[in-house]
Design a binder for this molecule. Sequence first.
Ligand SMILES: Cc1cc2nc3c(=O)[nH]c(=O)nc-3n(C[C@H](O)[C@H](O)[C@H](O)COP(=O)(O)OP(=O)(O)OC[C@H]3O[C@@H](n4cnc5c(N)ncnc54)[C@H](O)[C@@H]3O)c2cc1C
Length: 417
Amino acid sequence: MASPHTHDVIVAGAGLAGATFALAAARGGLKVVLIDPQPFPAQLAPTFDGRSTAIAFSTFRMLDALGLGDGLRPHACRMDRILVTDGRRPGAASKAASPAFLRFDADEIGDANGGEPLGYMVENRRIRAALAEAVTASDIDLRTPGSVVGVEQTNPAARVTLADGSVVSAPVVVGAEGRGSKVRKAAGIETVGWGYGQSGVVATVRLGRDHGNVAHEYFLPGGPFAILPLTEQRASLVWTESTRAAEALKTCSDEAFQAHLTRRFGDFLDGATPEGPRFVYPLALALATTLTAPRTAIIGDAAHGVHPVAGQGLNMGLKDAAALAEVLIEAMRLGEDIGSAVTLDRYARWRRFDNVALAAGFDGFVRLFSNDLPPVRLARDLGMAAVNRIGPLRRVFMREAGGATGDLPKLLRGELV
Ligand SMILES: Cc1cc2nc3c(=O)[nH]c(=O)nc-3n(C[C@H](O)[C@H](O)[C@H](O)COP(=O)(O)OP(=O)(O)OC[C@H]3O[C@@H](n4cnc5c(N)ncnc54)[C@H](O)[C@@H]3O)c2cc1C
């Protein structure tokens, strides 16, 4: 009997999570339509997304399994070590940093991660380019520019109306349109969360010396400051500040930006020269109260917008994508209704705990470290010193950050579904 639907899965949002999910679902044999108002060429413009992403080693296995690894590897910088330091007080360069630090070393979990580094730093524009190429070459029905304007999630189908008036229907619609997801709102899924009153300033710098594949995270009173190694002796800076200070850092001259860096870090970033535009991202927590609704599943930032302190937001989103693709593909192969409540509940049960636990953990971390009260400072310095001395605990953190814990979807083990 001919299918009453135009597609098997409707994916709203061709960002990093939506495009990866679409690719995984299509590779497994599902007929996918992918909708986004931003066509891929617009997403690749130098002014679109200046971020770089710390890709956990298990997430990189997924990109490899989807055929993106070879194109990304020349642009992926190994992160062999991560140094976390309770940073300097304001006024900065002249004052001594706290002696408290944490050191994570890939060698310590060598066997568990097959000798891989802790993760790879890759510029988002490179991931977007690899996804654009793979999606365009696939049989995904790409509707860009196209925008979801209406969603009906009633049995037996989800029906989505696009801005041009066309309508697509499928047993399930996947909301991957980021924090403002229309699909999530249409399904009546609420979010809980709050703003941090902080923004992340993102800049790429060329370094005056070799970074040695080491990532640094400093916890300053204004918020975390990360220096993340990139290929070609460059680094991506993620500098958290109050939203007003962040806007000023975005628009100031390169010379003034460099002077601010020196004031904070003394000669640590000596010789670093800014490259390209700077970007500002307001930071807020937004966690969906559920991952599914009738004929609906949400993934990525549509489901959980978290603070970038641990570089895990996209890793969580890609784990959602892997889990959901696996659940839907297996249901299709068993001849089940892929959009039924029973099928979608398998996805929700798989991902709910991990997402809530990580979002809460990062939130607590930011609060603990964005505080300069002496007793709080003492407590966290003692905590860091303790974790640093206890090898097994440190290894637990590393495996968690590598995304290799828990019930892993096949793609994160490097296998196609
Ligand atoms: C400063 C900073 C640093 C970060 N660093 C890291 C890191 O190191 N590691 C990590 O794992 N994560 C990191 N993250 C988090 C990561 O960037 C996000 O989790 C990720 O980009 C979210 O991707 P997404 O595809 O879910 O959502 P988005 O990137 O928001 O994409 C949503 C897509 O939906 C489209 N869309 C919007 N409305 C509609 C509509 N009506 N119809 C159809 N499509 C629509 C948009 O055009 C867009 O393409 C960082 C975040 C920030 C702010």
